[in-house]
Write a protein that binds this ligand. Structure first.
Ligand code: SF4
Length: 191
């Protein structure tokens, strides 16, 4: 198929899309075989591991393709009765949980009023979090309500779990929080 630049732009715009893909489709190109071939190459010689998207309580089923011990692709599982192979934009980006060069890998701390971030090692950061948590909890802990009812809690600390934490971690985390008297305990997967 021979297409001039002018024809390509005319059809792209006429079809209401400015993408190259839209232009090719508008000119009658059948992209089905190329798309199928690209899909096939992406997962060739991989092992497929069924899993679940961790981001929300819908729990869409996924297929993880692994090659030489490395995840090379994650997509929706077409066998799943409730997501039928589809994933929302968040789920479609799960691959980036494993590989994302933009993810910060160091703890950065900025003193109140400071303009610059300082790099902390994880141990130091965890100690500081534990220290602030303990102080806040102790300062705000309510043993007894004014009417004499026993409360034994603080509402000044809020626990929010991340969607990628697994059930076991969440179980331990909520036990710890309840043991410390924290009342609001939530997980991003439910939000
Ligand atoms: S975040 Fe999206 S893909 Fe993941 S379980 Fe929820 S709806 Fe499904």
């Amino acid at each position: 198929m021979s297409v001039t630049r002018r024809e390509f732009l005319r059809v792209s715009t006429g079809a209401g899309t400015a993408t190259a893909l839209g232009g090719l489709v508008g000119l009658g190109a059948n992209l089905g075989p190329a798309r199928a071939r690209a899909q096939e190459l992406r997962i060739r010689d991989t092992t497929t591991v069924p899993s679940i998207c961790p981001f929300c309580s819908v729990g869409c089923a996924t297929l993880i393709h692994v090659k030489d011990g490395e995840i090379v692709n994650i997509e929706g599982d077409p066998r799943s009765p409730h997501n039928a192979g589809t994933l929302c934009p968040k789920g479609a980006a799960i691959y980036q949980l494993h590989y994302n060069p933009n993810r910060p890998t160091k703890v950065l701390h900025r003193e109140p009023g400071a303009r610059e971030w300082e790099e902390w090692d994880l141990e130091r950061a965890m100690d500081r979090v534990a220290e602030l948590f303990g102080e806040t909890r102790d300062d705000t802990f309510i043993e007894m309500l004014p009417d004499g009812k026993r409360a034994m809690c603080t509402t000044s600390v809020f626990a929010l779990g991340g969607a990628t934490l697994d059930n076991e971690f969440n179980h331990i985390a909520q036990k710890l929080m309840r043991g410390m008297g924290v009342v609001p305990i939530e997980n991003q997967a439910r939000i």
